[in-house]
Design a protein around this ligand. Structure first.
Ligand code: HEM
Length: 289
């Protein structure tokens, strides 16, 4: 194929610059939007269970089950998403890294606690009703996700928060941790979507309330599923966006590099090298941990 002429190259570059400028949403407003979307998902799953599914209790009835969707969406989607985005907040790029590591780990721990409570609710409900456990595709994907998340949390704690973890271990594990961070979020979204679908099939099966007649509850819960999906995809997109990554995020042991080594490492979404903003701007960078 013939190489593009100089003029074609210039036009291509101009279009590329214009399209990347159009996508150049600032992080903080995007984050505020994501926060609102996350809260909307929590409010909607709570309203669904309260308004259409009879509310909440701890007596082993279907009202005990209702804790399950609420706690899973709050924990393994919204709180987990917040934990994943901590290092994209520009404030975290300067000063010591340890407090942000602790915040990231604590939010993830909060997500884990809500997840365990959410799973306890559904197992307690099944056992009280004499329903078998772990028969559905939803339950397999769901439990697999939770097991993966448990391993991720334990390995992240061991590698990044224990001070005696060797640097070579952090180097080796960091890309794996980043990869599974996004994967687990997408699996959580898949669990939620399949769970919502399953619940609607179980609940909407009599008379005028059949799922296929699309009653108001189905419209509401389908919309909730879509919003959860959009939330998950946007969080994963934000995590993948190069210009929102911590400037030293590709440093081998997730520590701040000295200015000379860090210079020019960071690339924006167009692939252009950005100045190593923080390394030069922030003298406290030397105190990274
Ligand atoms: C990350 C999110 C979720 C995970 C990890 C998850 C996980 C699980 C697991 C492991 C079970 C099996 C419990 C047992 O066998 O006793 C289960 C059951 C169930 N879940 Fe979820 N769930 C999630 C979200 C949801 C949501 C949002 C709904 C929506 C209503 C839902 C609806 C159900 C239903 C109806 C059952 C009982 C039937 C079955 O075992 O498949 N789940 N879930």
């Amino acid at each position: 194929m013939a190489a593009p002429s100089e003029e074609e190259g210039a036009v291509g570059r101009r279009y590329h610059q214009r399209s990347t400028a159009m996508l150049d949403v600032p992080f903080l407003p995007f984050c505020a939007f994501l926060g609102t979307l996350g809260l909307l998902c929590v409010a909607m799953v709570g309203s669904w269970c309260q308004h259409w599914r009879g509310g909440f209790s701890l007596d082993g009835s279907s009202r005990t089950f209702n804790w399950h969707p609420v706690l899973m969406v709050t924990g393994l989607v919204v709180l987990y998403g917040a934990a994943a985005l901590v290092y994209r907040i520009p404030y975290t790029w300067s000063g010591p890294k340890l407090p942000w590591k602790v915040l990231h780990g604590s939010l993830a721990l909060g997500a884990f606690i809500l997840t365990v409570l959410g799973l306890s609710a559904v197992f307690y409900f099944h056992n009280s009703q004499g329903t078998p456990n772990m028969y559905s595709l939803h339950s397999w994907i769901g439990l697999g996700t939770v097991l993966l998340f448990s391993c991720q949390w334990a390995a992240g704690f061991g590698a990044f928060l224990l001070p005696w973890a060797p640097t070579w271990l952090r180097v080796l594990y960091k890309p794996i941790h980043v990869f599974f961070g996004s994967t687990i979020l997408l699996l959580s979204v898949a669990s939620c979507v399949s769970g919502i679908n399953e619940k609607l099939f179980f609940s909407l099966k009599n008379g005028t309330m059949q799922y296929k007649l699309l009653p108001a509850e189905a419209v509401f819960a389908n919309t909730l599923g879509l919003l959860i999906l959009i939330f998950g995809v946007l969080v994963v997109a934000a995590l993948a966006r190069p210009s929102w990554k911590r400037p030293d995020s590709d440093s081998p042991d997730s520590r701040q590099l000295p200015p000379a080594l860090g210079a020019g490492r960071h690339r924006d979404c167009a692939g252009n090298a950005e100045p190593a903003r923080l390394q030069t701007a922030n003298p406290a960078a030397k105190n990274r941990n």
